[in-house]
Design a protein. Sequence first.
Length: 320
Amino acid sequence: MQDLDPVALEAALSRELLLLVHHHADADSVGSAIALAAAFPGARISATDGLSAAGRVMAERLDVDIEAQPPEHWDGTVVVVDTSNPEHCAPLPECESVVVIDHHQTAGEWPAGTLLIHEPEAKSTAEIMTRLLTQLGVVLTPEMALPLLAAVYADTGHFRHATCDSFEVAHTLAAAGGDPREAMILLDRVRPQAQRALFLKAAQRLKFLQEGKWLLATTRTGSFESGTARLLVLLGADVALAASGNKKGKVRLSSRASSAVIEAGLNLAQLLETLADEQGGSAGGHPGAAGFQAQGDPDALLGMARQGCITQLRTLDEGA
């Protein structure tokens, strides 16, 4: 755990807590928030732009209520979970204090006085949350351990990207009553036909090229950008970019990469953060999985991300 004033943190957590997950919250964000709410009875969980399919299934199966919108004002502390940038959980309520717990590569500009627990080396926010709760003297219960274990499992790509710390945390959570089989079942879901149809349409629009020894795939989709990019990697792409746009001009782009190209040095978070700086959007993530959103033309922005990716891939080949 990074250096942080424990007195200030305990004071912030002693107030009424509102737990805020990021837009389209995934299993890591939702699972970490559920565990923190179990540790601090009375805490409320809120989303500002819905939950991902995995996050929604987790909340439903654990019978946890997540509010669709946070209040404009909160008389206490807002704890932002698994979020690198205020734009990714906006609107942030006016409140007495803010605590941010996150593991993404870079931290954005949070309000003055924010208590930031930022560990970019961690593979999931659930790993940070597990250590934090233990540090605070909280005795882990099965109600906390199960969603945290499921979150670690999900955000490490079913442990494909796990570190020694990830496995140590998983062992701690299993010992506290988080059954590994239940954690995996918690994330299992039958995809709706509409979602499967969107994936197939995205596959029909797929374009790919070879840059050196790497395969780069791009596509447009109506939604489910992250799931689409993930499936393109499973199909064989080393790097996948999937973009969507709506009638209001809002563009969302998700990216995923294979373990091989990540190990070679590709950094998708860096790629999309550069695009966000150039185009006035916002981005965040990790070397192997990152997201971007902005106002604009989805095809144009996808093309820019594609070109930036090609530039990175050429650098990898030159350094090989």
